[in-house]
Design a protein around this ligand. Structure first.
Ligand code: SF4
Length: 323
């Protein structure tokens, strides 16, 4: 492998072909950090409009640190995996308290912040601080596996572990952020999981998988995970023009601590007429949801309901498409 040639070709391609993404303009530590947290488990297409709206509401780390958690969660709506938003705010508080409001530039200090792992620390330090820290994510694993002809499953921790020394060895001193982003960009736009576009690939002449026709076999495909079916019946309970909302507890399997319509069985109300049905997936859970009209079978004061209930609130979502 001509590693110098690989770096030159990939960086030249990235300079001319990179996507125009909002977090690539003015890559301050705060902007890069928010984008990296949002992009964990969420697509670029879903993140882009949310990112811009989030930064309009929380333009600085100080504004995020002084916000209420429910307000941050509200502006995270649609991105899912809400623990990321909670950690983002907790990390902002920590930066305000422990680092004088300035995002830290040391690896250990960044890694110590809530919600930041080795990958995210590497992304922030290389892109925003131009420090030569590598990163390894699913895109990088796939690209390395194919480029170097390395056999393994992309989610096998032992295989992933072998990627870090390789990423460290390849890391250029100059433009480390561009190098990391070029690797991920190649994985996201050219060297895709299914049917990679080898004919348009800027580094195909260096690629072992391409030369050996192994693109579809590397990394070794994962055995499919069977979806877990989950059935929910949610209740639409009105009183005086208001709708009963329920805060899910932290014991729930999904959507912990979030507000929503109460599940049947959580309040003393019999499910009645079917109002709507919907299907939705959250990670490997295949949800099948029914919304039914209901009336409480006991009065409101006092009403015996599950922990987490706090009363009637004005309707937030008349449009049932929230399901
Ligand atoms: S030649 Fe094909 S398999 Fe190799 S890195 Fe490029 S897109 Fe991926």
């Amino acid at each position: 492998m001509n590693e110098a040639g690989l770096k030159r070709d990939l960086l030249a391609w990235y300079a001319r072909a990179k996507r125009d993404l909002p977090w690539r303009k003015d890559p301050t530590p705060y902007r890069v950090w928010v984008s990296e947290i949002m992009l964990q488990q969420t697509t670029v297409a879903a993140v882009t409009p949310k990112y811009e709206a989030f930064l309009r509401r929380f333009p600085t780390l100080a504004s995020l640190a002084s916000s209420r958690e429910d307000e941050v969660l509200k502006h995270w709506a649609g991105l899912g995996y809400y623990s990321r938003a909670r950690n983002l705010r907790r990390a902002a508080l920590s930066v305000a308290a422990d680092h004088g409001g300035e995002f830290p530039s040391g690896f250990d200090a960044v890694l110590a912040l809530p919600g930041i792992g080795r990958y995210t620390a590497g992304a922030i330090l290389s892109i925003a601080f131009r420090k030569p820290y590598p990163l390894v994510d699913g895109n990088v694993i796939r690209v390395f596996s194919r480029l170097f002809g390395l056999k393994g499953r992309a989610k096998d921790p032992a295989f992933v572990k072998t990627m870090w020394p390789l990423a460290e060895r390849l890391m250029p001193e100059k433009d480390p952020g561009d190098w990391n982003q070029a690797l991920m960009e190649l994985g996201a736009t050219v060297c895709s999981p299914e049917s990679p576009s080898c004919g348009a690939c800027p580094v195909s002449r260096h690629c072992v998988a391409f030369k050996k026709g192994l693109q579809d076999k590397l990394p070794v495909p994962e055995a499919g995970r069977k979806p877990v079916p989950v059935k929910w019946t949610c209740l639409w309970i009105e009183k005086g023009g208001k709708v009963l909302l329920w805060r899910r507890t932290d014991k729930e399997r999904l959507l912990k601590n979030l507000w929503g319509l109460p599940d049947a069985g959580k309040v003393e109300a019999a499910p009645g007429r079917l109002l709507a049905k919907a299907s939705h997936s959250i990670t490997h859970h295949a949800l099948s949801v029914q919304l039914r009209a209901a009336s409480l079978t006991v009065g409101l004061a006092p009403v015996r309901v599950a922990r987490g209930f706090t009363g009637f609130l004005p309707p937030l979502h008349r449009n049932l498409s929230i399901l």
